[in-house]
Design a protein. Structure first.
Length: 255
């Protein structure tokens, strides 16, 4: 059974993508994106244009990094910002449990004034609706953390095992892959929801902080990007597990 929080999360996902598609239909856009942060989950990236499938891992990481940096400031849609190679307009929104940032734009030319005014109105409306839905559950959604992550070499492959506390029990997952990050991410998938598919698991830098990004997809073709910091003294494989759980928690139905 879906919990009220999980059901609200699915409705939010559909609303966000519907809003981004409406923006792209209202005017020609090269970038139509929304970043949503709720509870103790890291920011979730939603992209209509360009789609995550159209970008390689590095470009997706750069766009996410730029959006994450922009989320920290308030944007009223009254100025053009250069973001990841796009001439964009940002519109911030806030709710009781969440905050968000819509960013739309083009590569070659900025929005016309009438386009900007319409975009700001639509972004504010979709933002308000999204944050209202976030309050549908009794409290914001949370993401579990891996209780244990172990890896070992097995010839040319890396074997990983993770233990995740979920639904009052400890679930264990195992996997093998050519690299340790992919093995850990696949082991998390094995533990929490084997229907999920791993796109990428990469480590990079966001605002001078080391971070891991993991891209997952579900059976409906929806993508989710999970993130976790792995600064000085942190275990990057533990961070990979956390980022994978972050993405999985946004896609898994039955939690």
């Amino acid at each position: 059974m879906n919990t009220p929080q999980t059901e609200a999360g699915l409705v939010i996902q559909d609303l966000v993508y519907g809003g981004l598609e409406a923006l792209a239909a209202a005017m020609p856009l090269d970038l139509s994106a929304y970043l949503h942060a709720a509870g103790d989950l890291g920011p979730q990236l939603y992209l209509s244009k360009p789609s995550l499938a159209e970008m390689d891992a590095t470009e997706a990481f750069n766009v996410f990094s730029a959006l994450r940096d922009a989320l920290e400031d308030e944007h009223e849609g009254d100025e053009i910002i250069l973001l990841g190679g796009y001439l964009a307009v940002g519109v911030s929104s806030r709710g009781r449990y969440s905050r968000g940032l819509h960013v739309i734009g083009r590569r070659e030319r900025a929005l016309e004034e009438h386009e900007r005014e319409l975009a700001v109105k639509l972004c504010r409306s979709f933002g308000r609706a999204t944050h209202t839905l976030e309050m549908a559950g009794e409290h914001p959604r949370t993401v579990p953390t891996a209780a244990r992550v172990t890896v070992e070499l097995a010839g040319d492959m890396t074997r990983a095992e993770v233990a995740v506390p979920l639904l009052g029990e400890i679930r264990t997952g195992t996997a093998e892959a050519p690299s340790a990050p992919r093995a850990v991410a696949l082991a998390v998938i094995d533990a929490v929801d084997q229907s999920l598919k791993l796109g990428e698991a990469i480590e990079g830098e966001i605002s001078s902080e080391r971070a891991v990004l993991v891209l997952l997809a579900d059976e409906r073709g929806r993508n989710a990007l999970g993130a976790a910091l792995c600064g000085a003294g942190a275990d990057p494989l533990q961070a990979t597990a956390t980022a994978t759980l972050d993405a999985a928690s946004r896609l898994t139905r039955d939690q």
